[in-house]
Every structure is written in structure tokens, then in C-alpha cells.
Design a protein around this ligand. Structure first.
Ligand code: C2O
Ligand code: CU
Length: 509
């Protein structure tokens, strides 16, 4: 099915209103339901899942330090919208088919409110997972201004729940950011980019089987999912009318497995001002920006003097990344039309300096961990991805001490890049370095074959998700805390996360 490009306007998700607010807390209630929504005007309305009747979910905006309480509730039907593979961990026939749990990605949260994959709950909390602790989640938001997002995290069906629509923005703001005079209000636009495919009747398509089907199974997980259309804020290939002035965009890759290499066909620079964890030290003018699943880039684009121009946001990232098939590339994201009259003089700025970014020193680390990213074959002959040779159910091996600093070596033994995300903390990328994979597999020693590669400019800030490339060791550094307890780390390609590329870890006292 071929859909026309740039025929629907980019929707902006509504900002969620709190139920109430007192001097101590701000209270929200967020309900998950199934409903129909138009994802493209040439398609019949599509059945999706969303938060508060909206896909993507409404944007939650909080102030740094604001104590927020959210009751997430599930009013979804008992039958899943998409094909469930019952052989995948956590999705066996002994649990209800539709389960949900919400994680605020990148937030520093107490473990009971972090959305642990086995803390799921069903409609009306009728049934709950073994790690379910509370109905009402608490967020202290003890972080600087940053671009976070919330999404489903249920063991074994995260890929399906997010693909069905369960994702939205969570923005933390602070005083320091406001002093910078960045484009704001209607000139600040969140952009969640996702790929999807559709059936003729407008319903969401998600494969029941991999390209090489598994004959023993009716439904099987696929190694990766790549859709043939790109959606921004829930519309396929939309357009956005802008004024000839500066705009701030919160770019989020909310796709299952697709990476993006964004570029403007006008050739103009995109000024990145923030990473996953907030503002960087200086803005960086970039011709292209690579975003792996779950990564964010806070950017400013200047349309001054471009009256009448149509600018296309393009993508040329291979799928899978970095060595995928050219036919999997979907090269168009959306169009920006500089058609609106300038309402008032643009006094916003691209600051020359934003805030200090103190580099963490390796001397402060008390522990190093060597952790491999592995690809194996399961008993059905399917690809299965593991972390450090272990699946979800293996005994916990990472017990960092609260307040301690560690360096993790992500040793990628597979052919693909994997965006590795660690809950609770933000980290810094130290560097990447090529190594000999064959020698490592035989002798478990790292023999480097290339020079140290410093983090790319777009990573010079706080990160919670890092792209670990094939044949490279990616080193990151972080301090664990302030909370103790049970969290997870995982690959954020959702088909990998759901098929064993996720591990629990515990921050201990
Ligand atoms: Cu975006 Cu563990 O998640
Ligand atoms: Cu992966």
C-alpha cells in the first residue's frame, strides 16, 4: 500500500493536566485504553492503544524537584491487538495475555515505581506480576531539565505494547534552562519518530513470523521489526507549517528496532543542545544526527530567511544498523514548510554556552565490568540475543554499590549495533575501540585493533542509552544511586529486549 507524503499535519500531543496539586505533590491519573485514531487520511482509522485516549500519550511536563504521583491504570481489552509469541520469556500461557507496566525512561526513580518488567498489572489490577509492589507510582524528578519519555515495559510483550501505541513524552524543566531563552511555547515541538506498517484495512501490521518462518510455531518473535512508513507524533509522513524563525525540537527515536540518521534536504545545520540527560555544554551544529531506539536529541533549527521553502527531514540509516539492507531504508520522515508569517520578532537564541559538563574521571571508579553482547540460536533455530551470555532468568550478577562509580565495557560480539540502556542512572561515554572478536570468543581477552575513538559530538553530554557498535568495545562510566534496589539494563531494540537481551541488576547498600 502506498500512502501519499505530507498530506496530514503533524499533531502535537496534548500536555497532561494534573488531577490536583498541593504544596507537596502533583497528582496525575493515566488510563490505558484501546481506540481508533487516524494515522493517515488515506487509511481507515487504526485501532491503537494509548494513554488517556491519545497516541502518542499526552506529554507530562514537570519541574525539576517536583514530587509527582501517577496512578497508571489499565483498561485495555483482554485480547492483544498484535500477535503474541507465547514461547518468549514472561509471555507464556500461564499469564494473562494483556499486561502493562509503565517505565519513565531516563528517570531516577525508586525501584517500586520504576516499572520493573515483572511488576505488570492487568485491567483493573485484577492480576499482577510477581514483582508488583504498588498501584501509585512516585517520581521525585531529582534531575536537571531533560527530555525523557514514558512507555510500556512488560516482560515479553514490550515490543507489542509500544508498537500498539503505549509511549509518550515526559519533560523535566528547570530554572537554568529557562534563563537560556531557548525557543519555547508553540516554538518548542516534541517529535517522537516511529516506523509502522499497515494492512489494507488500515490496521497495524506486525509480523506473525520471521522471514524464515518457524514451522513448529503459529506465532514467533522476529529478530527485528522494520516498518515501511515513518510516523511523527502518530501521523505517517506529516507536514509542519513553521514561521521563519528558530524552533526547538525534542527528537526521540521511539521505534522498535530502526535507527535513524536524520538530515535536512536543505543542507542546513541542526544545532544539538541536549542529549538524553539534559543540556550539553555547547551547542553543536550537525549536518546529520544518528539516533538509535530510545535515544533523544534536543535540537534547534533556524528557519529565518527561509520563507516559502519546503524542507524535508530525511533518513538514510540502514536497517538493521549499521550494515542492513538498502531496501529496508525508509528515506523520508516529514516535511517542514516555512509558510507561516512571522508573528513577532524572534528573540530566542542558540546559546553559545549552556552549562558545565564535568567529565567523570576513571580514577574515581571502584569497579570495572566486562559485559558481552551475544547472539545465539534457540531450539527453534531463531536468533536469540543475550547480555554477558545470560538471559533474563539467570541469577543476578551486577550488584553495584550505591554511591560507587563503575566503568562498564560493552563488548559487542554480534554483527549489529545495540542501544544499551541502564535504568536509574545517567552515564558518560568514555570511548569506543575496535577489537578482535575471534580472539575474544576463543580466549576471553580483549585485543584492541584500532585507536581510541572519543564519543561522537552528539554524545558529549549525559546519556542513558548508548549505541554499542559491532566489533567495538564501548566504555561508559556512571555512579549508581541515589536509590538502592532492583532495576534492569537492556538493549532497547524491542525485539531484542523481549527475547532475552535484558538483565536485572541490584544497587546495594
Ligand atoms: Cu526505555 Cu528499560 O526502557
Ligand atoms: Cu540489541
Amino acid at each position: 500500500m502506498i500512502l501519499s507524503k505530507f498530506v496530514n499535519e503533524l499533531p502535537i500531543p496534548p500536555v497532561l493536566k494534573p488531577r490536583r496539586k498541593d504544596q507537596f505533590h502533583t497528582y496525575y491519573k493515566v488510563n490505558m485504553t484501546e481506540f481508533k485514531q487516524s494515522l493517515h487520511s488515506e487509511l481507515n482509522d487504526t485501532k491503537v492503544w494509548g494513554y488517556e485516549g491519545s497516541y502518542p500519550g499526552p506529554t507530562i511536563e514537570v519541574e525539576s524537584g517536583e514530587k509527582v504521583v501517577i496512578k497508571w491504570t489499565n483498561n485495555l481489552p483482554a485480547k492483544h491487538l498484535l500477535p503474541v509469541d507465547y514461547t518468549v520469556h514472561g509471555a507464556h500461557l500461564d499469564v494473562p495475555e494483556v499486561r502493562t507496566v509503565v517505565h519513565v525512561h531516563g528517570a531516577s526513580v525508586e525501584p517500586e515505581s520504576d516499572g520493573y518488567p515483572e511488576a505488570w498489572f492487568t485491567r483493573g489490577f485484577k492480576q499482577v506480576g510477581p514483582y508488583f509492589r504498588k498501584k501509585v507510582y512516585q517520581y521525585d524528578n531529582n534531575m536537571q531539565a531533560c527530555t525523557l519519555w514514558y512507555h510500556d515495559h512488560t516482560l515479553g510483550i514490550t515490543r507489542l505494547n509500544i508498537y500498539a501505541g503505549l509511549a509518550g513524552f515526559y519533560l523535566i524543566r528547570d530554572h537554568r534552562e529557562r534563563l537560556l531563552n531557548l525557543p519555547c511555547g508553540q516554538y518548542e515541538i516534541p517529535l517522537i519518530i516511529q516506523d509502522k506498517s499497515f494492512n489494507e484495512d488500515g490496521s497495524l501490521f506486525y509480523p506473525r513470523q520471521p522471514e524464515k518462518p518457524v514451522p513448529q510455531l503459529e506465532t514467533s518473535i522476529v529478530p527485528e521489526f522494520f516498518g515501511d512508513t515513518i510516523l511523527a507524533n502518530g501521523k505517517v509522513w506529516p507536514f509542519l507549517n513553521v514561521e521563519p524563525r528558530k524552533y526547538r525540537f525534542r527528537l526521540l527515536n521511539g521505534s522498535n528496532s530502526r535507527f535513524y540518521r536524520f538530515k535536512l534536504d536543505s543542507g542546513q545545520l541542526i544545532y544539538q543542545i541536549g542529549t538524553d540527560g539534559g543540556l550539553m555544554e555547547y551547542p553543536i551544529g550537525m549536518k546529520e544526527i544518528i539516533l538509535a531506539p530510545a535515544e533523544r536529541a534536543d535540537v534547534i533549527i533556524d528557519f529565518t530567511n527561509l520563507e516559502g521553502k519546503n524542507i524535508i527531514l530525511k533518513n538514510d540509516a540502514p536497517a538493521p544498523f549499521p550494515d542492513g539492507e538498502p531496501e529496508n531504508v525508509v528515506d523520508t520522515v516529514m516535511e517542514i514548510r516555512v509558510t507561516l508569517p512571522l508573528l513577532s520578532i524572534d528573540t530566542s537564541v542558540i546559546p553559545s554556552y549552556m552549562k558545565p559538563f564535568p567529565k567523570m574521571s576513571e580514577q574515581s571508579a571502584s569497579k570495572e565490568r566486562h559485559l558481552t553482547l551475544d547472539e545465539k540460536t534457540d531450539k527453534y533455530g531463531r536468533e536469540i540475543m543475550l547480555l554477558d551470555g545470560k538471559g533474563w532468568g539467570a541469577p543476578i550478577t551486577e550488584y553495584p554499590k550505591v554511591g560507587s562509580t563503575e566503568v562498564w565495557y560493552l563488548i559487542n560480539l554480534t554483527d549489529d549495533s545495540h542501544p544499551i540502556h541502564i535504568h536509574l542512572i545517567h552515564f558518560q561515554v568514555l570511548e569506543r575501540r575496535a577489537f578482535n572478536v575471534e580472539i575474544y570468543k576463543k580466549e576471553r581477552v580483549i585485543q584492541y585493533t584500532g585507536p581510541l575513538m572519543p564519543p561522537v559530538p552528539q554524545e558529549r553530554g549525559w546519556k542513558d542509552t548508548v549505541n554499542a557498535n559491532p566489533n567495538e568495545v564501548t566504555r561508559i562510566i556512571m555512579t549508581f544511586g541515589p536509590y538502592t534496589g532492583l532495576y534492569v539494563w537492556h538493549c532497547h531494540m524491542l525485539e531484542h529486549e523481549d527475547y532475552e537481551m535484558m538483565r536485572p541488576y541490584i544497587v546495594i547498600r
